[in-house]
Design a protein around this ligand. Structure first.
Ligand SMILES: NC(=O)c1ccc[n+]([C@@H]2O[C@H](COP(=O)([O-])OP(=O)(O)OC[C@H]3O[C@@H](n4cnc5c(N)ncnc54)[C@H](OP(=O)(O)O)[C@@H]3O)[C@@H](O)[C@H]2O)c1
Length: 263
């Protein structure tokens, strides 16, 4: 984790904190010293290079884990990593990391989550204020949004569960929702009627082309968002529930817990 990160809660729970930038291999080697398990859950922040953070930092983590002889490497990938979305740099990097990891001798578990329910917290707050839900692409597309807390719990269990060794799991929530069902959940949650503002994917493509004239790197990186907006991300929750001790949380429950009952 980096110096600006908020980690007081983790420290209070007894975690030993190592501050360092994942783009520094020497720091990765120091951070994993003495570790029994590695859970790789970082993402690429805006302005960082996907090749450095999404790909190379994971390769360095895997290699450092191998030297340490860790008992399990749990890798948070993404649902669809195996679909060959070559216009999406994050999907591409994750597929390459998966390939690398599964060819090593290190015991692994790959988790491929659908979109995080936590992504919707800001959209829900905006809906509560304005009554509008902004949507790009087809409203019929389905997604199995996963509670971020469930994913954390699964990742922790995966580190030591024999049944999860050398396996890859698709991780979603208990329901597969059409995108236009999401504002209906907001309506119920905030007890107010809402309206969907919808833009076709072609509008996104046009904006991306224009951005590309000014900044080709941002335009290329937007390929990941395009792939997320244009496709379906659903999975069967039963496989996960057969292996992991977990009752998957619905989107409505997650939002209620985090928006209405959080302090
Ligand atoms: N969000 C989704 O819907 C979704 C869906 C499927 C899969 N995933 C995958 O799940 C993982 C977690 O997603 P997320 O949305 O929580 O990711 P995120 O917010 O982009 O990043 C998670 C963490 O990565 C850390 N990080 C980034 N660059 C770093 C660096 N150079 N050195 C050290 N730490 C660094 C950040 O630390 P700081 O706190 O210090 O900034 C942050 O805590 C990612 O691998 C993502 O691709 C996400």
């Amino acid at each position: 984790m980096r110096l600006e990160a908020r980690y007081a809660d983790l420290e209070q729970m007894g975690a030993e904190i190592f501050i360092g930038d994942l783009r520094r291999r020497d720091l990765i080697e120091r951070a994993v010293r003495g570790a029994r398990y590695i859970i790789s859950a970082h993402g690429t922040r805006p302005g960082q290079s996907i090749a450095e953070v999404e790909y190379q930092a994971n390769i360095d983590l895997i290699e450092a884990g191998q030297v340490q002889g860790v008992e399990r490497f749990v890798y948070i990938s993404v649902l669809g990593a195996d679909r060959h979305y070559d216009d999406a740099p994050v999907f591409k990097a994750k597929r390459e990391v998966e390939k690398y990891l599964t060819r090593t001798q290190i015991p692994y578990t790959v988790l491929r989550p659908a979109g995080f329910a936590s992504n919707l917290l800001t959209l829900a707050r905006n809906f509560e204020r304005t009554g509008f839900y902004f949507l790009i692409g087809r409203r019929e597309n389905r997604t199995s949004l996963v509670s971020t807390d469930d994913l954390s719990e699964i990742a922790i269990q995966a580190a030591s569960l024999p049944e999860a060794r050398n396996r890859t799991f698709a991780i979603g929530g208990p329901e597969s929702l059409r995108r236009d069902e999401i504002p209906k959940i907001f309506e119920k949650l905030f007890n107010r009627a809402g309206q969907i503002l919808q833009l076709p994917i072609e509008a996104f493509d046009a904006a991306r082309t224009l951005i590309g004239l000014v900044n080709p790197v941002i335009s290329r990186d937007l390929g990941t968002l395009r792939v997320l907006l244009a496709n379906e991300y659903t999975c069967d929750p039963h496989e996960v529930q057969q292996v992991f001790q977990i009752e998957l949380e619905s989107l409505h429950h997650f939002l209620r817990r985090n928006l209405l009952y959080s302090t």
